[in-house]
Design a binder for this molecule. Structure first.
Ligand SMILES: [Zn+2]
Ligand SMILES: [Zn+2]
Ligand SMILES: [Zn+2]
Ligand SMILES: [Zn+2]
Ligand SMILES: [Zn+2]
Ligand SMILES: [Zn+2]
Ligand SMILES: [Zn+2]
Length: 1756
């Protein structure tokens, strides 16, 4: 609430409010006055004034006035003292134990699967975090709004109903009694104040007069002609719609119309025009007219008098005032509730609260919200009053639901949505059923709202239904579900009667559904329109759990069960009348006859909706389970029972399914196929398909078996098919028959074999679930979510999976991608039944295939006989008789005979398989019975029947003989093992029969029989083992051959396999090359006189486009590598820096040491001819132009394309320039060494540079300042001295290479600076050097974070990319004017040369030294340029140039490290007194002098040395990479491994540095002294040393994605506390977390859009521009998804790195399981970033996932 926060009494007095109101307060305090009258007078006086400016309200002002004029005096009167102090006291004295937090839409709610009574019991995030459930199996969900936190409700939780915050005694109050009672005076005042306040609120809210006010409120004012035209919210008109209508009707601006519309949507209504009555009335008509034009309905507009409007507004304000008050004291709540519930004596009128409820649907949105909140904070916080409220609610239930159904607001805004808060409370539900007959009331409500869907037969028919209306009806069905959620433990007679009454009423609904939406087979023509089927199926789905719950409730009590069975039976019978008019016909087969009324599914109407029959089947198995079935005859007489009639309708339904499978219903269209699908689908099958099978089992158990089978044959319309063979040539018809026979056999298998239903056999629910899971896992290993989806959920949305899964399966963890799966335990495989009734056709064949394959691998036979089924319960034991009855024998024999006689068209393999399965079932049954009881008691004589010769000629052979013959049928080769198994079974049963008849004691014979089995089993086992061993050896051999082949293949297709090899981690290719070359012990030093030779092989590459090979040479046509150049912020530590979006004025020569934004060049490593690539690129361009409408994945304008081989996103190519082999003659080198000291080298360079500047300055202003210490130079030096140490001619590149050099350099310039391409720009060389340096730094960084050695561990693509990049960077110089290069070089040297400093030379602390090194080395050869000849330094010259340049930058870098770590204070003491520490110490002493004491002399030497040694590493590693790729000198072995100490030494040796780095200063002391002085005197350096500014520390911190919490709910917690920085409304936000910097953004919302370069960008897109130079990675917290974006147009989604305990991600938090951070996956994301592969990932995802094209990434 807006008030209360800072209202100290002092502030109020100062504001002058209290004194002004003093008289009024005094008056109110008078005990004798009439409060009501005074109160109303006060309102009448103030309210219209306060709320006078409705069109443009000053909300804060209004609030202030309300406080001063009304609320403050009111509170003073109520409390009798200062309100703030009083409320403070109340607050202190403890609050309610109920949390009662009301959820807004989108807020995360938590439920505990272990402790919640039902899934509607939820906690708010605060309570959850402080509860015991945090460590239970919880679920997270997004609230739809309107619910409230159940913390503290003892009925909602089996354990831990209170969080630690709401636990009594947890509050700050020391008092034991958590509720402080108000004193009697305040109670008395409340009793006086509340009625008036409530009455006022009620009166005003339900006030219907538009112009007049109640008498009491009008007295003080003259009526003025001031009105508002008020527009109301509805759900029919869209936003744009309303805006349009308003603009048209009122002639207002778009902005104003938008403002109105937003307010209407939020609050429910808004005054859109003020004025006289007539003008408002006119506006009203205009709005209605305009809105009607666009949609059928006009907008809801009213004209209200200003005073009415003001009072209504204030009534709501009073409502929230009460709401606040309620939270302070239980006494307030109770008084409030009492008054709300008080009925006027002798009046029929509803009480206040009921009045409001009944008016709810007519209130606008804002009013409803206030009202509902008030109910939550009062009634729902007091159990006793919640009950009384519920009673009122039920009293008006019908009226309320009807209002809701015709209302046009969302359900969350309806008072009916409160039902869940009451109906799910067990004691309340029970009370409401017992005392208020709520089940009957709900069902009757349904019966009253559904009749519009009834047809002439009084059945439902949803054709042409309105989806919206039906959805509203569902809410009544939900209520039924809520009320049934908790089954009562104790039953009273009263409860029983009420429940039964409700059940009977419910049966009336089912009666309207039984047989609804009948269909008739379409013959000839296809149906014209597919009928609506969704509604009926949807209702079935909604009802599924309600039906189950009713059955469970009925089964609580034997009496109840029998009585409800009788009622249900009656209802079924009433519905089973049709067809009675027809004459019965007679059907004969095998000497049995069936009399029945003719009916054909293929010709007569049929319906799949039979909820009554199925409920009866459900009750029947419960009768069997509880044993109550023995008393059934007392309730339903055998004559009434009529089992044939009960079976009839479910049987028809199954036949329909069979006929659809046989394609007989093709012409009825898709709707039928969908219905049949859902009939058997997990969402419906429990109360459809499964129950129909049960009904057939009931039939089979109660009917004569032969009669039963005859009925089946007749309904399947197969009577003729088993009588005689009708010769027909109609292939379709034959096929149809075959499918029907298969379908029927399958149903027979199910009727006999499917016994996993409690009541049908003695199994538990757990057994049933285990069996379902086993059969799912027999198909393939599955993820947890996939199993869950395939199991039916109970009323609490639980499948029971967790309780049993570990018994049947083992969990296999996922890798870095993919998900975890469950694998079936071996011991469960024996449970596999290939004809499992919940298998779909595809699942059936997949499972069969998997299981056969497995058995084959284990060298076992492929027979898949049925597992021994559990015994039927007594009530169903007769079912097995259908196996050995005459008709069954006839069916089996007929089909086998057809197979044996090879009448191919009359049988199928599937058919035979099913026959064999039935035989197996029969044999198993007989075997089981024989093993259990003495032979003579076993009447089940399957063996006897199957081996008996038939009497007629047709039956000349018996079943056993036929089975034996099957072995010879070639088409049945696959069934051979099964046939053998059956023959063995025959044998075994025969022996069991014989033995028990011979031996007198059954038991011994049994054990002998098994012993016999065992010995043969042993033999078989040994044989199998031998076979298995042989097979294993064979497999091994094959594998060896395979991998040899594979290796060959890889070698010949190396290119293709590069990526796969990389994935294996080790890059053999490079290792091999380098190790062969190292056989001879070359010098492994890269710089200086001892420089080793370049190691180069002839490079022959294959173009991926034309597949031709070519050697890389200077003079040949260019080969190129596909490449992608991008800006990158991957190395910066400072993400808040504002990046220049365009580089028009940027000078990129010097890189800031923080590396804020570099240019990265990456490659996928694929090589093409430059010419081939150009052709390819042109072809894409052409192709694109021809298909303009296709949205582009890549930006052709900017040179983007996908690599033709690997589809990586590229935007340029790198030319491959060969490395020029260089070798030093050691004698030359030694000679040079004598003369060329650093000092000398510096002089020569200085002379050369000044020479140039003199030369070039002719006629123009001298561009260089004079060198400072010319005097020291020897006069012998002149302009050409530099050439005397050796020169050579420059390399001659082919024109095609040159062209590519220019093209690539221009791309780097264009992308890196975000400017238009310009080949002549002077910054092109700078960008070339910069990307070279930056890319090396990125790679070094990556190798370090991945813990890989510096050399030999790069991925192939990185290796070839880097090689090409460095060589390109060296060659690029030749395509630029040398003068330009020189100019850049001179600026660079300004940092390093002791005797020269340019105007713009940055301070030592403002440059990255590695960038300087790379640029200086690459540009240095330009100093050798002569007008006439194209020269470059010889190997020896280069070696010295490199050495000195490197040493100078190293000195500078050491200085950077020393200065930046000078402020570091030692954290530990060390007695290190090594040579290095001493050198460091003495060096520091020297430096100290130059810094005028700023540099502390006291820093211990060892600390300085430590800092330098650690800090310089990345630089040295980068330098080693750079020189290696530039010169091709092999690195020392140590760098091919990871080792701290060895690495440093090896680097120093490779780079020609002393390991005691301070030695360098010592060596060059005289030369570098002035340089040191200059560096130290720099103001930036001094300010840093003084601690005034902070310099970059070395080593730089390595970037990581931000740290994420282990538990995802922590993130949700953060998100729930997130407030949009720009708007304050309570609207739902989409908080998004930047994984680079941790910023939380408000995404996909207009409030946080940003205008960048004239374009509206969403918060993420604009953040990405700064944070990641356009590329960024976000976590959408509420959706649990990672978003990768690039620029404004591209992005993709990626699963968040959080997994549930089953190793699965949960995008969208759909499943809601607890999620935990998976470090490996997060690391993968980190690498994606650091490897600069985000763009690549996006492109790849967009290629495969076309759906994201429609998404507007710009506004993210
Ligand atoms: Zn809570
Ligand atoms: Zn709590
Ligand atoms: Zn729990
Ligand atoms: Zn080619
Ligand atoms: Zn590629
Ligand atoms: Zn960021
Ligand atoms: Zn925002």
């Amino acid at each position: 609430m807006a008030d209360g926060a800072d209202r100290s009494p002092v502030a109020r007095a100062a504001g002058g409010r209290a004194p002004a109101q003093a008289p009024e307060r005094a008056m109110w305090c008078d005990e004798r006055f009439d409060f009501q009258a005074t109160f109303l007078q006060c309102l009448a006086k103030h309210v219209p004034n306060i709320y006078s400016a409705e069109m443009d309200p000053l909300v804060e002002k209004q609030e202030e006035m309300v406080q001063a004029a009304i609320l403050y005096p009111l509170e003073c009167y109520l409390f009798g003292e200062d309100p703030d102090m009083f409320l403070e006291k109340l607050q202190q004295s403890g609050t309610s134990q109920l949390c009662g937090k009301v959820f807004k839409g989108g807020e995360t709610t938590y439920s505990c699967r272990d402790c919640a009574v039902d899934p509607t019991c939820v906690l708010c995030i605060d309570c959850f975090q402080n509860s015991i459930h945090k460590n239970h199996r919880y679920k997270m969900h997004s609230s739809t709004g309107g619910g409230f936190c159940d913390c503290g409700d003892t009925e909602a939780w089996k354990a831990g109903p209170l969080c630690s915050k709401h636990e009594p005694g947890a509050s700050s109050s020391p008092k034991e009694n958590s509720e402080c009672h108000l004193n009697e005076e305040i109670m008395e005042h409340s009793r006086r104040v509340f009625p008036s306040v409530i009455k006022y609120i009620v009166d005003m809210l339900i006030w219907e007069e538009e112009e007049e006010l109640p008498m009491e409120l009008t007295i003080s004012r003259e009526k003025v002609d001031s009105y508002y035209c008020v527009l109301f919210n509805d759900e029919h008109h869209s936003y744009d719609h309303v805006i349009y209508s308003l603009q048209r009707a009122l002639g207002c601006e778009l902005g104003e119309a938008q403002l109105h519309t937003t307010a209407i949507d939020k609050e429910g209504r808004r005054a859109v025009k003020a004025g006289h009555y007539a003008s408002c009335q006119e506006a009203k008509e205009e709005i209605k007219r305009h809105s009607e034009n666009v949609s059928q309905r006009p907008l809801h507009v009213e004209v209200l008098h200003a005073d009415v409007m003001a009072h209504q507004k204030f009534a709501l304000r009073l409502g929230s005032w009460l709401n606040k008050l309620m939270s302070y004291s239980s006494d307030f709540r109770q008084i409030f509730c009492q008054i709300c519930l008080k009925e006027e004596a002798g009046s029929e009128k509803p009480c206040f609260i009921s009045k409001l409820m009944l008016w709810d649907a007519r209130l606008h949105k804002g009013a409803r919200k206030v009202l509902h909140e008030l109910i939550f904070s009062s009634f729902f916080m007091e159990m006793e009053y919640k009950k009384l409220f519920a009673v009122e609610f039920v009293k008006y239930y019908k009226a309320l639901q009807k209002e809701y159904i015709s209302d046009d607001h969302d359900r969350v805004l309806s008072v009916t949505a409160l039902s869940v808060q009451m109906f799910t409370v067990p004691t309340l539900a029970r009370h409401l059923i017992e005392e208020r007959n709520v089940i009957t009331i709900i069902t009757e409500t349904l019966l009253e709202v559904l009749p519009e869907y009834l047809d002439k037969n009084d059945k439902f028919n949803f054709q042409g239904y309105s989806q919206d209306k039906l959805n509203r009806v569902y809410s009544v069905i939900f209520d039924l579900r809520y009320i049934l959620v908790s089954k009562p433990a104790v039953w009273t007679d009263h409860l029983r009667e009420r429940f039964l009454e409700g059940f009977v009423s419910f049966l009336r609904i089912l009666t309207c559904m039984q047989g609804m939406e009948e269909i008739k087979r379409q013959i000839g023509q296809h149906i014209e329109v597919d009928p609506d089927w969704e509604a009926a199926i949807a209702i079935q789905m909604q009802l599924k759990n309600i039906l189950l719950m009713f059955q469970e409730w009925c089964a609580c009590d034997e009496e109840l069960l029998l009585r409800s069975y009788r009622e249900c039976h009656k209802a079924v019978m009433r519905c089973s009348t049709n067809g009675r008019s027809r004459e019965k016909t007679v059907f004969h087969l095998c000497g049995h006859t069936l009399e029945s009324r003719p009916y054909r599914v293929s010709a007569d109407p049929v319906s799949i909706h039979l909820p009554l029959s199925r409920t009866l089947a459900g009750l029947h198995v419960r009768l069997s389970k509880t044993g109550a079935i023995s008393r059934l005859h007392e309730f339903v007489s055998p004559e009434e029972f009529q089992v044939e009639l009960l079976v009839e309708y479910p049987l028809r339904c199954l036949v329909l399914v069979a006929q659809v499978a046989a394609e007989m219903w093709r012409r009825n269209g898709l709707s039928l196929i969908s219905q049949v699908f859902y009939y058997q689908d997990v969402k419906c099958r429990e109360e459809m398909y499964d129950k129909d099978i049960i009904m057939l089992q009931i039939g089979a158990s109660l009917m004569d078996p032969n009669q039963f089978l005859l009925l089946i044959l007749q309904r399947y319309e197969l009577a003729d098919a088993f009588k005689k063979i009708k010769p027909t040539k109609d292939q379709d018809l034959i096929k149809q028959y075959n499918v029907l026979i298969e379908e029927m056999l399958q149903i027979l298998i199910y009727v006999v074999g499917e016994r996993y239903v409690p009541g049908i056999s003695n199994v538990t629910k757990e057994d049933v679930i285990m069996r379902e899971i086993i059969h799912l896992l027999c198909i393939e290993p599955m993820a947890h979510s996939a199993i869950t989806k395939s199991l039916p959920e109970n009323e609490n949305n639980e499948t029971g999976l967790e309780n049993v899964i570990d018994k049947v399966a083992t969990f296999k963890k996922p890798g870095v991608s993919g998900h975890g799966v469950y694998e079936l335990k071996d011991e469960c495989l024996k449970e596999f039944n290939v004809f499992f009734y919940h298998y779909t056709k595809t699942q059936h064949s997949k499972a069969e295939h998997t299981q056969k394959k497995r058995r084959k691998q284990e060298n076992r036979d492929e027979a898949l006989p049925p597992p021994p089924p559990p015994d039927f319960s007594p009530a169903f034991s007769n079912v097995v008789r259908i196996l050995n009855c005459d008709v069954m024998m006839h069916i089996l024999r007929t089909l086998l005979q057809r197979a044996v006689e090879l009448e191919t068209h009359l049988w199928t393999e599937a058919m035979v398989q099913m026959v064999l399965h039935l035989l197996s079932l029969g044999l198993l049954e007989e075997k089981q019975q024989l093993q259990k009881s003495p032979e003579e008691e076993v009447t089940f004589d399957f063996y006897h029947k199957a081996t008996r010769m038939g009497s007629s000629a047709l039956n000349a052979v018996n079943v056993l003989m036929l089975v034996e013959k099957l072995k010879r049928v070639p088409q049945l080769e696959a069934q051979k093992d099964t046939v053998n198994w059956i023959l063995q079974m025959f044998d075994m049963v025969k022996r069991l029969r014989e033995k028990s008849s011979l031996a007198t004691v059954g038991a011994t014979s049994g054990s002998e029989a098994t012993k016999g089995d065992e010995s043969t089993q042993d033999k078989e086992k040994a044989e199998r083992k031998r076979k298995a061993e042989a097979a294993r050896l064979h497999r091994q051999k094959i594998m060896a051959q395979m991998s040899a082949l594979q290796r060959n293949f890889i070698e010949t297709h190396k290119l293709l396999y590069e990526n796969t090899l990389e994935a294996q981690g080790k890059d053999d290719a490079i290792m091999e090359e380098e190790s062969t070359s190292s056989a001879i012990d070359y010098s492994r030093i890269a710089l200086g006189p001892k420089r080793g030779p370049s190691v180069i092989e002839k490079e022959v590459l294959t173009c991926i486009l034309c597949q031709e090979e070519q050697e890389v040479k200077f003079e040949s046509a260019a080969m190129v590598l596909s490449a992608c150049v991008q800006k990158s912020t991957a190395l910066t530590q400072n993400r808040s820096r504002i990046l220049e979006l365009s580089g028009d004025t940027l000078d990129p020569l010097f890189m800031h040491p923080d590396l804020p934004c570099g240019t990265h060049t990456g490659s996928c490593g694929h090589v093409m001819h430059a010419a081939c690539w150009q052709k390819y690129f042109e072809a894409i361009q052409l192709n694109f132009r021809q298909r303009l409408h296709v949205e582009q994945i890549f930006d052709l304008e900017n040179g983007e394309y996908l690599c033709p081989l690997c589809k990586s996103l590229c935007n340029t190519v790198i030319p491959i320039v060969p490395l020029r082999a260089q070798k030093i003659n050691s004698e030359d080198a030694d000679a040079v060494a004598q003369i060329l000291s650093l000092a000398r080298w510096l002089e020569i360079v200085t002379v050369r540079i000044s020479g140039y500047s003199v030369k070039n300055a002719k006629g123009e202003k001298q561009s260089l300042p004079p060198f400072t210490n010319k005097g020291t130079g020897s006069s012998a030096l002149e302009f050409h001295s530099i050439l005397s140490f050796g020169v050579q001619s420059s390399a001659k590149y082919s024109s095609s290479i040159k062209e590519m050099l220019i093209l690539f350099a221009t791309t780097i310039y264009r992308v890196g600076l975000k400017v238009a391409p310009n080949e002549a720009d002077s910054r092109i060389p700078m960008m070339t050097w910069s990307t070279c340096a930056f890319t090396i730094q990125c790679i070094e960084n990556l190798l370090e974070t991945e813990g890989k050695p510096l050399f030999g561990s790069l991925q192939n693509r990185q290796h070839s990319g880097l090689k090409a990049l460095v060589q390109f960077a060296a060659a690029q110089r030749t395509t630029s004017p040398q003068l330009l290069i020189q100019k850049h070089l001179i600026r660079l040297l300004g940092v390093l040369l002791p005797n020269y400093k340019g105007e713009d030379t940055p301070s030592l602390l403002e440059v990255d030294m590695f960038h300087i090194l790379v640029a200086a080395v690459l540009s240095f050869p330009s100093l050798y340029w002569e007008d006439a000849v194209d020269l470059q330094p010889s190997s020896v010259s280069s070696a010295y140039n490199h050495l000195y340049l490197f040493h100078l930058t190293t000195l500078a870098h050491i200085m950077q490290i020393v200065i930046s770590s000078a402020t570091e204070s030692p954290t530990a003491h060390s007695s290190d007194n090594s040579e290095e520490a001493q050198s460091a110490q003495s060096f520091c002493r020297e430096v100290c002098q130059y810094t005028s004491g700023c540099f502390s002399q006291d820093i211990p030497g060892w600390l300085v040395w430590d800092c330098v040694k650690k800090g310089i590493m990345p630089y040295l590693r980068c330098a080693a990479l750079f020189f290696h790729y530039l010169l091709g000198v092999s690195p020392p072995e140590e760098l091919l491994q990871v080792s701290e100490e060895g690495q440093f030494k090896a680097l120093c040796s490779y780079l020609c540095l002393p390991t005691n780095l301070f030695q360098l200063f010592h060596e060059y002391w005289d030369t570098v002294n002035p340089l040191l002085q200059r560096w130290c005197a720099d103001p930036v350096v001094l300010s840093c040393l003084k601690g005034k500014s902070i310099a970059i520390r070395y080593p730089r911190k390595r970037n990581h994605l931000i740290e994420l919490p282990e538990d995802y709910s922590c993130l949700l917690n953060q998100a729930s506390q997130f407030r949009c920085p720009r708007s304050s409304d309570d609207e739902q936000k989409h908080p998004v977390l930047c994984l680079f910097c941790g910023a939380m953004l408000c995404s996909q919302n207009t409030c946080c859009q940003e205008l960048v370069n004239g374009e509206e960008l969403g918060a993420c897109t604009s953040h990405a521009l700064q944070c990641g130079a356009g590329v960024c990675m976000f976590l959408k917290i509420r959706e649990c998804k990672v978003v990768l974006i690039e620029g404004k147009t591209r992005g993709c989604l990626y699963p968040a790195p959080y997994l549930d305990e089953y190793g699965e991600t949960d995008p969208g938090l759909k499943r809601g399981n607890p999620l935990h951070l998976c470090q490996e996956r997060y690391r993968k994301l980190h690498l994606l970033w650091q490897q600069h592969c985000i763009i690549e990932e996006i492109a790849r995802s967009q290629e495969t996932n076309q759906i994201f094209f429609g998404f507007n990434w710009q506004l993210l």
